[in-house]
Write a protein that binds this ligand. Structure first.
Ligand code: SF4
Ligand code: SF4
Length: 186
């Protein structure tokens, strides 16, 4: 069983129920649309009976102590999820997807930049994602190669500049439409 950080609870955060793309036989949720089972800032109204796909979601903030309280997804505007099998071959296959739900908040948060420098220096595969446009999947970029030099120099301003450029590229990328494998989404 996956170990969570002790005494860390979701509180009033409902970010994963609003920003993830969920496509399972029992539930489909568009990215950026609050799940119909969720009460905003309160949580899941069917928590005890929530689908397996929700039980399986690996929230980085709840899993890793490296993220402190400021990293609660609704506070920092970043939803961290564990992803597998997306990295280039010369990186570990387990990485982190940082979905910037509120880039303007994340970019002002010192812990965000500090984490990037630390993780990139440790060769943790990092992906930056943004919610692109309604009805479309988030766009995503593997950010490590772009940040390695700035991270090696502990250059916070340089790191931020590169992240801003990456976000701008993500906004211009063509996004794929959400096509649910199962029935019509909520
Ligand atoms: S994003 Fe993480 S902290 Fe927020 S509601 Fe989901 S599991 Fe809880
Ligand atoms: S079913 Fe519950 S846990 Fe799953 S996305 Fe909806 S509100 Fe969140």
């Amino acid at each position: 069983m996956t170990e969570l950080v002790p005494n860390r609870t979701c509180g009033s955060c409902t970010a994963c129920c609003q920003y993830l793309t969920i496509d399972a036989p029992e539930l489909q949720v568009m990215p950026g649309v609050l799940c119909s089972n969720c009460e905003l800032h309160k949580g899941c109204t069917i928590y005890g009976a929530r689908p397996q796909v929700c039980r399986d979601h690996m929230c980085g903030w709840r899993l890793f102590a490296i993220f402190d309280d400021e990293w609660r997804p609704d506070k920092i505007g970043v939803l961290v999820s564990v992803v597998n099998g997306l990295s280039p071959e010369d990186y570990s296959q387990e990485g982190l997807d940082l979905l910037l739900t509120h880039p303007e908040i994340a970019l002002r948060a010192a812990p965000f930049t500090k984490f990037l420098i630390r993780a990139i220096s440790a060769r943790v595969p990092l992906f930056l994602s943004i919610l692109h446009s309604q009805g479309n999947l988030p766009t995503r970029i593997f950010i490590n190669p772009y940040l390695e030099e700035a991270a090696a120099q502990r250059d916070e301003q340089g790191t931020l500049t590169i992240v801003k450029a990456a976000l701008s590229s993500l906004a211009k990328m063509e996004a794929k439409p959400v096509v649910f494998k199962y029935k019509t989404g909520t």
